[in-house]
Ligand binder design. Structure first.
Ligand SMILES: *[C@@H]1O[C@H](CO)[C@@H](O)[C@H](O)[C@H]1NC(C)=O
Ligand SMILES: *[C@@H]1O[C@H](CO)[C@@H](O)[C@H](O)[C@H]1NC(C)=O
Ligand SMILES: *[C@@H]1O[C@H](CO)[C@@H](O)[C@H](O)[C@H]1NC(C)=O
Ligand SMILES: *[C@@H]1O[C@H](CO)[C@@H](O)[C@H](O)[C@H]1NC(C)=O
Length: 375
């Protein structure tokens, strides 16, 4: 059985009382991006006085360490994992996330990988209704050798069971002392021949520990499909849903009301329309579709033409050093004609709506903005 300690996150372990960081205290403002080089799919977590960041490097799993949330240019760099050749996880290492679980006193890196560089077999390719590389992406979990993520070695713990189907951008969702896997999954089409293909949706399964999915395939639940016009690209497209998607899910909990949200990315990651959507757990059973309420109305965070910030998405959430503020760390691009390689990592403060309890995200921008409180 899982103890409640199991779900204690690193933020509460260390207490994180830090009035004034030794670095960065002379700088009152920062500008985006927070890492000058290009990067996508950022995940940031606090560990004592440090912030740790992982992001997509494609060829390996890299951890950055910084005292400041808003400047990663001189961050310490650790190579956490480099897959050997010829494994089921050698290629396309995407969207790593670093989570600490007190029950095991270990860190887990959940991430996407592929057996080949996006080259499905002719048989699989034939059955896609659109050209569908990425068919072989699956979810994997690395485990640290000890409680210190910086000195630990990380080794392959398990492939997460996604029923041998497309899976990317998986994350952990914790609720009522239970653990779930929420990830981006594919549609099944009842066509002749049967096909499984784009667009990508969000699926949830239950887990018995951070590396084991316990739900049988029959219980896998789809919690969101890219059905709204703003989840498609171009906006409102009615044919060929290949460029529609729901991906990059992240749990976000309102610290005051304890409302649980899944903030996810919608539309398509290589162009200006990529944005964040919101789903709220309004019931008490994450494995029941009636427990989820999706905000169909619009994106909750989207491009800002006035500041030349486009294609914003794949966010993670973290508090300021003094715990008083909430920050969103996301990727966005300036030159949206370039596509994926134009993505850069950015950060901004966000707040909470007192009436609805929803997060209130700012318009994405360049700044300068005040640095996080306590930095
Ligand atoms: C502080 O400002 C200096 C000079 O403008 C800059 O080089 C440095 O990156 C800044 N540090 C932070 C933490 O923003
Ligand atoms: C990880 O992969 C990236 C992308 O190929 C590369 O630039 C970086 O040097 C690698 N990191 C290490 C520590 O080898
Ligand atoms: C790759 O792995 C497969 C299955 O384990 C094995 O049969 C094959 O010989 C390996 N190829 C290389 C080049 O290591
Ligand atoms: C959002 O749209 C979906 C699909 O059309 C629908 O099933 C769901 O009830 C809608 N949710 C709300 C809150 O209106």
């Amino acid at each position: 059985m899982l103890s409640s300690l199991f779900f204690t996150t690193v933020a509460s372990i260390f207490g994180l009382v830090l009035s004034q960081s030794i670095y960065g205290s002379d700088n009152a403002t920062f500008t985006n991006p927070i890492l000058q080089k290009y990067g996508a799919d950022p995940w940031v977590v606090r560990n004592g006085d440090d912030y740790l960041m992982t992001y997509t490097t494609n060829d390996n799993i890299t951890i950055l360490r910084s005292r400041t949330l808003t400047d990663w240019n001189s961050a310490d760099v650790k190579l956490a994992f480099k897959a050997p050749e010829n494994t089921s996880y050698t290629f396309s290492n995407w969207a790593p996330e670093l989570h600490y679980y007190e029950a095991f006193q270990k860190w887990y890196i959940i991430y996407t990988a592929d057996v080949d560089p996006d080259s499905p077999s002719p048989q699989q390719d034939m059955l896609c209704d659109f050209n569908c590389p990425a068919v072989n992406h699956r979810m994997f979990v690395l485990e640290s050798s000890g409680p210190d993520p910086w000195t630990s070695e990380f080794t392959m713990k398990a492939e997460l069971n996604t029923y041998d189907q497309f899976a990317i951008d998986g994350t952990y969702f914790q609720y009522d002392n239970k653990l779930y896997h929420i990830y981006s999954c594919w549609y099944d089409y009842d066509s002749q021949p049967f096909i499984r293909s784009w667009p990508a949706m969000l699926c949830i399964t239950q887990m018995s520990d951070p590396w084991t999915v316990s739900s049988p395939q029959s219980e896998r639940l789809i919690i969101s499909k890219p059905e709204q016009p703003w989840e498609k690209t171009p906006y409102g497209r009615t044919v060929n849903d290949r460029l529609s998607s729901n991906e990059g899910p992240q749990q976000l909990i309102n610290p005051n009301t304890k409302q649980n949200f899944v903030i996810y990315s919608a539309a398509r990651s290589d162009n200006r329309n990529y944005c964040l959507g919101l789903i709220e757990l309004t019931g008490t059973n994450p494995m029941d579709i009636n427990s989820w309420t999706k905000n169909n109305a619009s994106c909750v965070f989207y491009e800002n033409d006035a500041e030349q910030v486009y294609g914003v998405g794949h966010a993670s959430f973290v508090q300021s050093p003094d715990d008083s503020q909430w920050w969103i760390v996301y990727h966005g691009m300036r030159d949206y004609l370039v596509g994926w390689s134009a993505r850069q990592i950015r950060a901004q403060q966000f707040t909470w709506d007192e009436k609805t309890g929803w997060p209130v995200f700012p318009r994405p921008g360049i700044g300068p903005y005040p640095v996080p409180s306590g930095q």
